[in-house]
Ligand binder design. Structure first.
Ligand code: FES
Length: 128
């Protein structure tokens, strides 16, 4: 079912925004190629994607840097854990080591990409 997101004029080119649609946060960006919409939750640990960086068709999560394609939500690269978290799995401290191994085991999954249509200057997405 198509749901209204916003007016096209609310989307400056290459400046993503988050809109709440039917109780769901949706990442929306208008580019020279069109308007794209993704679930606004990172496929790694659910950080809001609109708080990250957008460039050249990719949104980079602001928390651990995973990159997602805006066209299909696919993972361009996975999360990169910064130090000291990246060093925990080799720590002498068992508790830190277990935490490090646990956090390193979290995979980065693709995010849902919505089918977008623009009609009469209105941006719509297909939702179930
Ligand atoms: S939450 Fe997005 S990369 Fe970790």
């Amino acid at each position: 079912m198509k749901r209204f997101v916003c007016q096209v004029q609310e989307l400056p080119i290459d400046k993503p925004r988050c809109f709440r649609v039917e109780g769901v946060d949706v990442f929306v960006v208008r580019t020279a190629q069109g308007v794209f919409a993704l679930q606004n939750r990172c496929g790694h640990m659910n950080a809001p994607l609109h708080e990250g960086d957008y460039t050249d068709g990719l949104v980079v999560c602001g928390l651990h840097g995973a990159g997602f394609r805006i066209t299909d939500g696919g993972v361009e690269w996975g999360a990169v854990l910064p130090p000291p978290i990246s060093e925990y799995s080799t720590s002498e401290n068992e508790r830190l080591r277990r935490f490090g191994k646990l956090i390193e085991s979290i995979e980065t999954h693709p995010v849902h990409a919505y089918l977008v249509t623009v009609m009469d200057e209105q941006v719509m997405i297909e939702m179930e």
